[in-house]
Ligand binder design. Structure first.
Ligand SMILES: [Zn+2]
Length: 137
């Protein structure tokens, strides 16, 4: 499981960026699902962190229902996304501490100075960037 690239449809990429812009100044978060390494769906989750401007904590109820929707659709959890409204698209130390799904790719959307999406695998304290390929769909 150390694939160096992941695919995402342009529609989902746009929807994730829209979610990030809509929640600003709070961080947004959500799940990304699909099959065969191609992300085809997003599942926005409520951020219930006490200080959502600098942290994210996905609503457990939202997480549970999104996981069920993914499973019922016969898809797989491929990614987890959140935004950095005011910092760069690189995992923070708390992001590393809270990375509980080593099989997922962590997407971070920075909003300043410009909208930028990057993706990483986080295992233990290790951070490895993953190339994001945007495909039609
Ligand atoms: Zn973060």
């Amino acid at each position: 499981m150390s694939d160096k690239s992941i695919h995402i449809t342009d529609a989902v990429k746009r929807a994730v960026e829209d979610h990030a812009l809509r929640e600003r100044p709070a961080e947004c978060c959500g799940l990304l699902s699909g099959a065969n390494g191609v992300i085809t769906d997003l599942h926005p989750l409520r951020n219930e962190a006490e200080r959502p401007e600098t942290r994210y904590f996905a609503s457990p109820a939202d997480l549970f229902s999104a996981m069920r929707i993914i499973r019922d659709a016969g898809k797989r959890l491929l990614g987890i996304y959140h935004s950095h409204p005011r910092s760069s698209a690189f995992p923070s130390s708390s992001d590393v501490d809270m990375a509980f799904y080593p099989e997922a790719v962590y997407f971070i959307i920075s909003l300043e100075p410009a909208v930028e999406m990057r993706a990483f695998r986080i295992e233990g304290a290790g951070i490895e960037e993953v190339t994001v390929s945007v495909v039609d769909g």
